[in-house]
Ligand binder design. Structure first.
Ligand code: 4AD
Ligand code: MG
Length: 464
């Protein structure tokens, strides 16, 4: 018999028909005559209840129906008398596809997130992670749909690169050289001429530079792929491997940019509310009781536009009035997450798009303002998260860009191809990067970024 997914069975139950379902046993309970099995197949957070009249089945088969076992069940779909579900299956035939012994780590409910990270290969079978990973899928669909409908082209930037876009020196090297026997030059530095690419290469920290090339040809593009950062920050907001969405648009100014950032995030959150209702309801109940309200509020409020300079003024004012911060506040400082969250969660109580940062704390490519001190960079700051988006208008003027590159001593000989955009028909353009897992933290209410990506990579952690 053809298998029906549980999500489809529950949508419009055809009572009285005989169906086949396949899935994993979540729980089994009952008495000496009848048992109830909660079966889940991953298509939805909802289980289907299988009613088993024990007298009709072989004892040897029944003893294999344990938590975690995989079953194929044929039976009649009937209206459920018990509360909680509309339909259940009266089992006629049961096949155990895979037994599961009592070393299965997910026997009981209510494991800690820390424990579940140690069994990351099995945690997708829990309700919480099933919900998170289904939402992760839906968010990816939202992102592609949003940009596709706006006429942006999905552009693939390389993962192996010879340039450091953010200039922060946090790259993982890629090499096929024998690390036990490295060839050195006379001055003691490593000779990469024999390496696979004939030069030093790394995993990309951002697809932006290639995205800019594409935007100045296709008009508007976005990348969506993994990026890698070897920053040694063991925080609930940082991964060494994370996914980033980087749109890049020709002819956008700062206002166009911030408008797109706001529209984009709201579209994604609205998509989650529309398409992930069951999973969000579960997370709202079990993980974060403020979740749904927070999602609704973001969709319905205007984000604040705030210059960095004004932000510093507000923070200094708060400090004067007795608010304590761990890190110092002064014009020119890089805002810490506690500062960002003060502005968003306490002062404005809604998302903030901060703009016009001091050039010293931002990347070389950002468009310089006439004041000579600030650049047209934007960060979108979110409740619970802090920075969720970083972006900017790009410096399109060749001479100004070169002057900044010289000032920062960025090795330009490998970047000639990037500079060509400024030599051949340069144009005003802008773009941003959204951290996919930061968006997922917000949408799911999960507390740790390790719990919104299937197999997290963090300092000291690369199992599974
Ligand atoms: O602010 P960032 O460093 O900006 C860029 O990489 C630009 N090239 C983007 C662009 O303009 N095209 O990173 C962008 C976003 C951050 O706002 C944050 O959400 C996320 O990427 N992010 C991280 N997420 C998880 N783990 C990390 N280590 C992250 N570093 C940045
Ligand atoms: Mg940033």
């Amino acid at each position: 018999m053809k298998r029906t997914k549980i999500i489809d069975l529950l949508k419009t139950p055809a009572f009285g028909t005989v169906v086949n379902v396949k899935g994993w046993v979540r729980t089994r309970r009952g008495n000496k005559t009848v048992n109830f099995i909660a079966l889940n197949d991953g298509s939805t957070i909802n289980n289907i209840q299988i009613v088993v009249d024990l007298a009709k089945f072989d004892e040897n088969l029944l003893k294999d129906i344990t938590t975690g076992a995989c079953l194929s069940v044929d039976g009649e779909l009937v209206e459920s008398v018990g509360s909680g579900q509309a339909a259940e299956i009266q089992a006629q035939q049961i096949e155990v596809l895979g037994t599961c012994d009592n070393t299965y780590p997910l026997q009981k409910k209510g494991h800690s997130m820390e424990f579940l990270r140690e069994v990351a290969h099995l945690r997708p079978r829990t309700n919480t992670f099933g919900a998170v990973f289904r939402i992760r899928h839906h968010m990816a669909m939202a992102i592609h749909t949003f940009f596709h409908e706006k006429g942006f082209y999905y552009f693939h930037a390389p993962l192996i690169t010879a340039s450091d876009c953010e200039g922060a020196g946090q790259m993982f090297q890629v090499t096929t050289m024998n690390l036990y026997d490295l060839k050195k030059k006379e001055d003691g530095s490593i000779d990469y001429s024999d390496d696979f690419f004939g030069r030093q290469t790394s995993l990309t920290v951002s697809g932006q530079l290639e995205g800019e090339l594409a935007a100045t040809a296709l008009g508007a593009i976005y990348t969506f792929g993994p990026t890698f950062r070897a920053e040694n920050s063991n925080t609930p907001r940082h991964l060494a491997e994370f996914w980033m969405i980087e749109p890049e648009m020709a002819f956008y100014d700062l206002d166009d940019l911030t408008e797109l950032e706001e529209e984009f995030i709201k579209y994604c959150v609205r998509w989650a509310l529309d398409n992930c209702a069951d999973d969000l309801a579960f997370l709202n109940k079990m993980v974060d009781p403020g979740l749904l309200e927070r999602l609704q509020s973001v969709v319905n409020t205007d984000f604040v536009r705030l210059s960095y300079t004004e932000g510093i003024r507000i923070l200094e004012e708060a400090q004067k009035n007795g608010r304590k911060f761990e890190f110092p506040i002064y014009w020119g400082c890089d805002l810490a997450s506690e500062h960002e969250r003060y502005l968003v969660e306490e002062h404005f109580r809604r998302p903030v798009i901060m703009t016009d940062y001091p050039k010293e704390i931002k990347a070389f490519y950002m468009k310089q303002n006439a004041d000579g001190k600030t650049v047209q960079g934007t960060d979108v700051l979110f409740p619970q998260i802090g920075e969720i988006i970083g972006g900017s208008v790009r410096e399109e003027n060749y001479d100004k860009l070169m002057a900044r590159i010289d000032e920062l001593h960025i090795p330009m000989k490998d970047m000639w191809w990037y500079l060509d955009t400024r030599r051949y028909g340069t144009c005003p353009h802008a773009g941003f990067g959204l951290g996919f897992e930061r968006l997922l933290l917000f949408v799911t209410g999960m507390q740790n970024i390790r719990d919104v990506i299937p197999f997290p990579r963090t300092p000291g952690q690369a199992a599974f």
